[in-house]
Design a protein around this ligand. Structure first.
Ligand code: FO1
Length: 312
């Protein structure tokens, strides 16, 4: 069994690759919920939806989030009514948010709603939120503290980031399915997907007990670098690293994960970084353009995990 820690579009790509090379029951995707927010009276969980739509084959392939079979009547109409349209909600995507909000309001947990909605979308893999308790990423910029989606979507990542906080993380419980899987003797590896370490992975690691459980985990922990040749494949990772005073390199990300990593997969372009990384490094093509790229990278990660298991 493999656990994949995922957030954002990059994480979903590798989760898809893993879903195509593993039996469904052997993949558990643990998803960041720090990007979640309340908007237009709806509870929205973008990283859960991005992974779910991707595994269900419903995702918009150009942008990676939302659905490909979308219409926009709701957005057009709410604009005419003076409502907020900066966060694009397609008509079909909207139905998911309305139904999830209804069930959360009835007292169901985020993971229970996610499990049922994913099943209804035909997804056979398990997708669980990192926690059923609320965790919200906020960013300190020159304008003060702003919420994640304000930063990421409304402001298009323009504000300079000085600090990040994951509100609620310190009192959140890691999801029990996640913790049980980390202790499961059948676990063969934990994959930290090529997501933005600050906004997609560190909220997961910030939950009490998670880092310790990963360090104690008998199975190897392998991360895939989200940086290729000093640039992020997508999103503000490199910009954030520079603003936080960090060198935007694959090596820097490895150092942030530090004691967690047994293995690290970096792009062929970053061969020179190998010497600065403690973990066992695998060079690969980490840019995933085609489905074959996703599957090949997934196999490379699983092979690296197999080698590390033999060494443990
Ligand atoms: N990202 C954008 O850049 N613009 C949007 O309008 C937008 C809408 C949206 C709707 C649903 C959803 O699940 C995701 C959406 N995203 C949008 C992406 C989202 O902000 C990011 O995927 C994550 O929060 C960060 O990875």
């Amino acid at each position: 069994m493999i656990i994949a820690l995922s957030g954002g579009v990059g994480g979903a790509k590798l989760a898809l690759g893993l879903s195509r090379v593993l039996p469904p029951e052997e993949l558990l995707v643990v998803v960041n919920t720090g990007d979640d927010f309340e908007h237009l009276g709806l509870s929205i969980s973008p990283d859960i939806d991005t992974v779910a739509y991707t595994l269900a084959g419903l995702a918009n392939r150009e942008v990676g989030w939302g659905r490909h079979d979308e219409t926009w009547s709701f957005m057009e109409t709410i604009e005419g009514l003076g409502g907020e349209t900066w966060f694009r909600l397609g008509d079909r995507d909207l139905a998911l948010h309305v139904e999830r909000t209804r069930r959360l309001r009835r007292g169901e947990s985020l993971s229970a709603v996610t499990e049922d909605l994913c099943r209804r979308m035909g997804i056979l893999q398990r997708i669980v939120p990192m926690s059923d308790d609320p965790v919200r990423t906020r960013l300190l910029t020159e304008e003060g503290w702003i919420d994640f989606q304000d930063y990421f979507v409304r402001r298009r990542c323009e504000p300079v980031v000085k600090e990040l906080r994951f509100h609620g993380a310190e009192t959140a419980q890691p999801h029990p399915t996640f913790m049980a899987a980390l202790a499961d003797p059948a676990l063969q590896g934990v994959v930290i997907c090529p997501s933005n370490p600050f906004i997609s992975v560190e909220p997961i690691l910030a939950i009490p007990g998670v880092r310790d459980a990963l360090v104690a985990c008998k199975a190897p922990v392998i991360a895939v670098s989200p940086i290729i040749a000093g640039r992020a494949v997508k999103g503000p990772t490199a910009k954030m690293m520079t603003e936080l005073g960090l060198d935007p390199s694959a090596g820097t990300v490895a150092h942030r994960y530090a004691d967690l990593l047994d293995g690290y997969v970096i792009d062929n372009a970053d061969m020179a970084e190998v010497v600065s990384i403690d973990a066992r490094v695998t060079l690969a093509q980490t840019l995933m353009t085609t489905m074959e790229d996703r599957e090949t990278l997934a196999r490379t990660v699983l092979d690296a995990a197999a080698v590390l298991r033999r060494r443990k």
